[in-house]
Design a protein around this ligand. Structure first.
Ligand code: NDP
Length: 330
């Protein structure tokens, strides 16, 4: 496993992180969840990502239990706040009340005294940004949060937050956007803004939820043991990557990546993860997995270098299906 600094901060993270969205507390049972975490640790992954909202808060509890007994200093744990986690009007969003109460609840579920990176899961237009950033500043001052990040914020929102972060001395160091060979909306605006402000990209769904593994074949039903084929996962697949899943041309183009990967001695999943890691603005790729073999396979993408000719060939194959519009952020 290779390691990178998170943006311009001093924090060192594994360039492949393990995330438990959809899987822990929903798609897979606790034993399988623990086996995936064990496989991640065995592969040298130190960096784990979750959120309060995943599986209605169960994902944090599962991850906390799976990591119990590990040396806390050897781990980098991140979680997030913003999406609704309860019925009340203050059980969501980025108000001072919810950011602080949300953090306390996450710490209890994770069984830890602090999180390394605490993310605003989305931008909250209903709350003054000053209020949110002051709440993050107070969490940092109290030692419950070490670094702060934002997820799916636009370049303009990130720049404003960075100005406040400087004033309030908040270590705002991470941006967590969707990024893959197929989804490149951060390239034109978010990445330049983050480079200016010192935030690293910790990117999600590098496999486009499994599409780039090549297992979803055109004209064929999704395998019953895959995310798109299970109750827990198919709603999220439809919502976020449904346009490619329903497009036989896109699925056919993805199949053409198979020989590109095998010529390099890689699997298609490894090629897709290596692709996001070629971008120097990326501090880590967060992988999901429903079984330990996937973690082992995907973690082996660390350290792979792709030649320009390979990157050009990938662009040529996928060109009709790549989404680049920065307005799709968030
Ligand atoms: P991926 O794009 O890596 O998709 C992971 C899924 O693909 C797995 O669960 C598995 O699903 C399938 N898969 C993985 N490896 C292989 C393989 N080698 N062969 C075949 N299939 C494979 O990432 P996720 O979409 O899971 O996102 C990763 C993490 O990013 C999340 O856990 C979360 O931490 C974070 N995230 C953050 C968001 C945000 O808003 N900030 C939003 C979404 C995710 P299966 O076996 O079930 O088909």
């Amino acid at each position: 496993m290779e390691f990178r600094r998170l943006g311009r901060s001093g924090l060192v993270i594994s360039e492949i992180a393990y995330g438990n969205w959809i899987t822990h507390g929903a798609q897979i049972d606790e034993e399988a969840a623990h086996a995936c975490v064990r496989a991640a640790l065995d592969a040298g992954i130190t960096t784990f990502d979750t959120a309060d909202v995943y599986s209605e808060t169960r994902a944090e509890t599962v991850l906390g239990k799976a990591l119990a007994g590990q040396r806390r200093e050897g781990l980098v744990l991140s979680t997030k706040v913003c999406h609704p986690v309860g019925p009340g009007p203050n059980d969501r969003g980025l108000s001072r009340k919810h950011v602080i109460e949300g953090c306390e609840a996450s710490l209890r579920r994770l069984g830890t005294d602090y999180v390394d990176v605490y993310y605003a899961h989305r931008y909250d237009p209903a709350v003054p940004l000053e209020e949110t950033m002051l709440a993050f500043a107070d969490l940092v001052r109290s030692g419950k949060v070490l670094y702060v990040g934002v997820s799916e914020w636009t370049a303009e929102q990130i720049s404003r937050a960075a100005g406040l972060a400087r004033e309030l001395r908040v270590p705002l160091v991470a941006s967590q956007p969707q990024y893959s060979m197929l989804w490149r909306v951060i390239d034109s605006q978010v990445v330049p803004a983050c480079e200016r402000e010192g935030l690293g990209q910790v990117v999600w769904s590098p496999l486009a939820q499994g599409i780039l593994s090549g297992k979803y074949l055109p004209g064929t039903a999704a395998p019953s043991d895959s995310r798109a084929g299970t109750e827990a996962g198919k709603g999220f697949v439809d919502m976020l990557v449904g346009h490619w899943m329903k497009d036989e041309g896109a699925l056919r183009a993805v199949q053409e990546l198979g020989p590109v990967a095998s010529d390099l001695g890689l699997t298609m999943s490894q090629l897709a993860i290596a692709w996001v890691l070629q971008n120097p603005s990326v501090s880590a790729a967060i992988i999901g997995a429903s079984r330990p073999e996937q973690v082992k396979e995907n973690a082996a993408a660390s350290g792979v270098r792709l030649e320009q000719a390979v990157l050009d060939r990938i662009d040529e194959i996928l060109s009709a299906y790549i989404v680049r519009d920065p307005a799709r952020t968030g």
